[in-house]
Design a protein around this ligand. Structure first.
Ligand code: PLP
Length: 417
């Protein structure tokens, strides 16, 4: 007799989360050998040069000032009205697209991905993502019987592989009424890639062509989890949002907003799903469908986090304090990335094109073996299908300089075996 008690659809292979698993192993080593002797580049959170989790003071001082009753209260299902407005401001800044914009609160960016996939794809449909992508897209899709299809993220020049994207986009559009595709930009996890304005133009031109066939429904989900750590100082990486103005009504933009990285609020589980449509009815439909899902899954989201964002975004002084503090870490990330990239170049370690953000990826075969080999030198990274991910967000500049050599030696060792 089959002993399993869970329903058939809930049976999955027994897998521990590899990131949390390796991170735990690294912590054990840190306790034994000292933090200074271990390079723990496993987890996607900001760690300062002393090895301490960064919790922005401008965020947590404000949180502790909130009235207890505001933290304790329930929130509205779609989020408090002022939170919804704050999310729009935090997301778009000066680059609000023209159109009908609706927001539904979600538990983190993850919740927004679930809302979008569940409500905008049918069972057994295919979802288009690049071959390098954040693992949970697959977990979220598979759990509700959706399948991921890949295109190659990079061409031989290390730019967005538009041809590969186009091929797969058209393939799906021949076979399905709807095309749902996820872009994780700016500052893609795991490669640090950011789609530039010209690349966006090509993508949107293709979408518009396919949308001419009026039965087609095109949904672009833009996962902006790392947006606040992208771009050079003073330069904005939000201009692309304006390109979402006045799109045909059968192209829907959904943006996944998250407070996790931008506000170092990982555990607060606060985010939102934002839709941009040229059609009011379609935007309203988004609001009601996503609110229904929210009610059916988690009811309402973290009220304290909503009040926190609202109070920072609507106060010039608090906002400046937050921006200044966050930018300090954005610059730190840039410095760490530069050291890593320069060193990789110097020793001929092939890395994927990095532009912004928390991670750098190194293509290789047998990634698990490479990781294990590097662990012998007390360097912990994350194995991916086609390479390994190094989290510069979690490692000091000094360690970022040491890491490429260890990784190169591990790759060379494994490839010779
Ligand atoms: N998208 C990407 C690419 C991520 O890496 C993450 C977190 O690691 C998220 C979305 C969602 O994060 P959260 O649910 O914590 O907001």
């Amino acid at each position: 007799m089959n002993k399993s008690m869970v329903a058939k659809h809930a049976i999955w292979t027994k897998e521990e989360d590899i990131i949390f698993n390796l991170s735990e192993r690294a912590q054990v080593d840190e306790n034994i050998f000292g933090k200074e002797n271990v390079i723990n580049s496993t987890i996607g959170v900001l760690i300062d040069d002393e090895g301490k989790l960064v919790a922005l003071e401008s965020v947590y001082d404000e949180y502790k000032n909130l009235d207890n009753t505001l933290i304790a209260s329930y929130a509205q299902i779609a989020g408090q009205k002022d939170y919804i407005e704050a999310v729009k401001k935090a997301c778009f800044k000066n680059h609000m697209p023209k159109g009908h914009i609706k927001v539904v609160a979600s538990p983190g960016g993850t919740g927004s991905i679930k809302l979008a996939i569940f409500n905008y794809t049918n069972e057994n449909e295919k979802i288009l993502v690049p071959n390098w992508h954040w693992g949970p897209y697959k977990i979220i899709s598979e759990e509700i019987n959706r399948e991921l299809i890949n295109y190659d993220l990079f061409n031989e020049k290390g730019n967005f592989n538009f041809d590969s994207f186009k091929d797969q986009f058209l393939n799906i559009s021949y076979n399905q009424e709807r095309v749902f595709t996820i872009f994780n930009t700016p500052a893609h996890n795991p490669t640090g890639y950011t789609i530039d304005d010209e690349e966006w133009d090509k993508i949107l031109d293709l979408c518009k062509k396919v949308a001419l066939e009026d039965k087609k429904k095109i949904i672009l989900f833009i996962d902006i989890a790392y947006i606040d750590f992208s771009g050079e100082d003073g330069k904005d990486t939000r201009k692309f949002f304006e390109k979402f103005s006045d799109l045909p009504e059968n192209i829907l933009i959904i943006i996944g907003f998250s407070m996790s990285k931008g506000y170092t609020a990982y555990g607060m589980r606060s985010g939102a799903c934002i839709c941009v449509s040229s059609d009011e009815e379609i935007a309203d439909e988004f609001y009601y469908s996503c609110s229904h899902s929210a009610r059916a899954n988690w009811s309402n989201c973290n009220r304290g986090a909503m009040e926190l964002l609202t109070s920072i975004i609507n106060d010039k002084e608090k906002l400046k304090k937050y921006e200044d503090e966050k930018n300090k870490y954005k610059n730190l990330l840039k410095e760490r990335a530069k050291v890593f990239v320069d060193k990789a170049k110097e020793i001929n370690l092939d890395i994927l094109p990095y532009r912004d953000g928390f991670f750098i990826s190194i293509p290789c075969e047998n990634s698990m073996k490479v990781c294990e080999k590097a662990i012998e030198s007390k360097l912990y990274t994350i194995p991916l299908k086609m390479g390994i991910r190094f989290a510069i967000c979690a490692v000091s500049k000094e360690k970022c300089e040491k890491a490429p050599k260890i990784i190169k030696e591990a790759i060379d060792f494994v490839s010779k075996k």
